[in-house]
Design a protein around this ligand. Structure first.
Ligand SMILES: Nc1ncnc2c1ncn2[C@@H]1O[C@H](COP(=O)(O)OP(=O)(O)OP(=O)(O)O)[C@@H](O)[C@H]1O
Length: 373
């Protein structure tokens, strides 16, 4: 199927600062793409270039095969058949919900009967029937957000752009809305380009993730694939791998590993491991780690033997508990691996400060990356 959107070597600078450093990808009809990246990585700039709210310094944007932005051509936003839902919804405050949703259809000179049918359908779909005659100020944040989506869908755009659409909602509503949106867009077959800094929102919505950093793309893949093996340390920490250890790069029985003192940490790496690498880092999620308390010298010997076993599917990292804090259904435990090296894990009960033991982390959930130099 021909792509709806093609972005080719797109570049944008603000003064001397690079916001986009030559990025490219394409989006198929009906696909939901979520762009995920830390603040300042260029997400909003990318969205604005696609919408036509800004012009690129280099590269090209094509919609349905037609060039809409390039060095020699620029199609204005209103001619791109794209709609956008902004962070603050940008509803017209003096218009009712009904008028907000029908506005684009009226401008397109649809018949009154067609408009009524279409708006009624959208009101029903987004559970807004009883609010049709209200003004935006008389609605909750979640209701306003649904009106913004209904308005954006009314004119059946080729591409819907969503800029952090849930960031103004409370957590419960965010979880509810991301599931509803994911369902709605798939049911309608809407092609969506969605920007967020919230990994869970991206996971819930996306067919494919675009992981960005410093104006460049680190990884484009299905959410599950990015989660299983993030392509870069930045992608890994963005996807929750907040525990980090540094050591010397090595192989352990042919498996990529790093050595930290007497501890060997094996893992999976998206990079082809080789003997020329010197230093490396290991990242893993707190959720991937479980805890084993050391009980006496005998247990320590067994543990040490297990630790050195190259065939075990687990890494065992000696640590001492620093603090446990309650999180509702579990406890977050802070432990110290080596002096000054804090590691987090979750446990079903609190662990007393000073308890010694091991973090047990599956090798498959330990991500290894070489350090430069
Ligand atoms: N109008 C502007 N003038 C100068 N620099 C800008 C302008 N807009 C963005 N930038 C810079 O370009 C880079 C990318 O900004 P952008 O807003 O695209 O990032 P973002 O990923 O959307 O960030 P956030 O998640 O915080 O919204 C940042 O370093 C930012 O400071």
């Amino acid at each position: 199927m021909d792509p709806i959107l093609e972005v080719v070597d797109l570049q944008k600078k603000y003064g001397g600062q690079t916001a986009l450093a030559g990025i490219g990808f394409s989006v198929s009809p009906g696909e939901i793409i979520s762009v995920l990246g830390p603040s300042g990585c260029g997400k909003s700039t990318l969205l604005q270039l696609i919408a036509g709210l800004q012009q690129p310094d280099g590269g090209e944007i094509r919609l349905r095969g037609e060039t809409v932005s390039s060095g020699s051509r620029f199609v204005p936003p209103e001619k791109r058949r794209i709609n956008m839902v902004f962070q603050d919804y940008a509803l017209w405050p003096h218009m009712t919900v009904y008028d907000n949703i029908s506005y684009g259809l009226k401008r397109k000179k649809n018949s009154a009967a067609d408009i009524k049918e279409k708006v009624s359908e959208l009101l029903a779909m987004l559970h807004l029937e009883s609010f049709a005659q209200r003004l935006p100020a008389q609605l909750s944040g979640g209701q306003q957000q649904r009106v913004a989506i209904a308005r954006a869908l009314a004119t059946e755009p080729d591409l819907l752009l969503l800029d952090e659409p849930l960031s103004n909602l409370d957590m419960r509503l965010r979880i509810e809305m991301r599931t509803e949106m994911s369902y709605l867009f798939r049911r309608l077959g809407t092609t969506v380009f969605h920007v967020t800094h919230d990994p869970e929102e991206a996971f819930a919505m996306a067919d494919r993730l675009v992981m960005m950093r410093n104006g460049a793309i680190d990884q484009i893949d299905r959410p599950h694939a990015c989660y299983r093996l993030p392509a870069t340390p930045s992608a890994a920490s963005l996807l929750g791998a907040g525990n980090r250890l540094e050591g010397e790069s090595m192989f352990e029985e042919g498996v990529p590993a790093l050595q930290i003192g007497s501890t060997i940490v094996r893992g999976a790496s998206p990079v082809v491991w080789n003997n020329r690498m010197k230093q490396a880092e290991a990242l893993f999620r707190p959720d991937a780690a479980s805890w084993e308390t050391a009980i006496g010298a005998e247990a320590d010997e067994v543990a040490a033997a297990a630790e050195s076993s190259a065939n075990s599917p687990f890494n065992r990292i000696a640590a001492r508990v620093v603090h446990s804090s309650f999180e509702g259904n579990r406890w977050r435990v802070l432990a110290e691996g080596a002096p000054g090296r804090r590691l987090a894990l979750f446990h079903h009960e609190p662990l007393a400060s000073g308890t010694t033991g091991h973090l047990v982390v599956p090798v498959a959930d330990t991500f290894l990356y070489p350090l430069p130099g």
